[in-house]
Design a protein around this ligand. Structure first.
Ligand code: AR6
Length: 169
């Protein structure tokens, strides 16, 4: 059984086996959570991301997929980078968002991670409405077959926290 916990705060201050990054396909950094993780985690993370681009992901990490690197100076063993979909009103991309959570948990299982901290993927720069993103995130984690014991959603502000709290009940 996976326990879902909610925390309001900065994911880069969390202690967990794995911290998930809401990255982009380039894997070379950006703003939001991605920027914060690279800033606090230090250059070792970017170095591994560059190596992944050069080896396995020459065209970038596809949307909905996940890949792990070191967590550098963060209080974690790994950062799992996943690429959320940009929200669209003309196309239902919910399964891609669900895939971010499924694929991240799959990578976590491969690594043997037991505690995994997630941000609210796609709800910042990628504009996914918070309530819908929270529903997809919580449903997907609840339905996942995973050995991860704790999934901790780390929500940056009260609005995000409340949206997730309504889903967790
Ligand atoms: N800790 C926890 N949550 C955070 C933090 C933090 N330190 N900082 C922001 N958030 P975003 P996306 C929240 O934009 O929408 C980047 O440039 C934020 O309030 O980080 O998936 C990437 O490189 C929001 O609720 O990710 C990509 O280009 C949530 O994290 C693009 O943004 C996600 O916001 C990805 O966009």
């Amino acid at each position: 059984m996976t326990t879902i916990t909610l925390v309001q705060g900065d994911i880069t201050r969390q202690s967990a086996d794995a911290i998930v990054n809401a990255a982009n396909s380039s894997l070379l950094g950006g703003g939001g959570v991605d920027g914060a993780i690279h800033r606090r985690g230090g250059p070792a993370i970017l170095e591994e991301c560059r190596a992944l681009r050069a080896s396995r992901y020459g065209k970038g990490l596809p949307t909905g997929k996940a890949v792990a690197t070191t967590a550098g100076a963060l209080d974690a063993r790994w950062v799992i980078h996943t690429v959320g979909p940009v929200h669209s009103v003309s196309e239902d991309r919910s399964d891609l968002l669900a895939s971010c959570y499924r694929e991240s948990l799959k990578v976590a299982d491969e690594l043997g991670a037991r505690t995994v901290a997630f941000p609210a993927v796609s709800t910042g720069v990628y504009r996914w409405p918070m309530d819908d993103a929270a529903r997809i995130a919580v449903e997907t984690v609840r339905n996942a077959a995973t050995a991860v014991q704790e999934v901790r959603f780390v929500l940056f502000d009260q609005h995000a926290y409340d949206a997730f709290a309504r889903q967790v009940g």
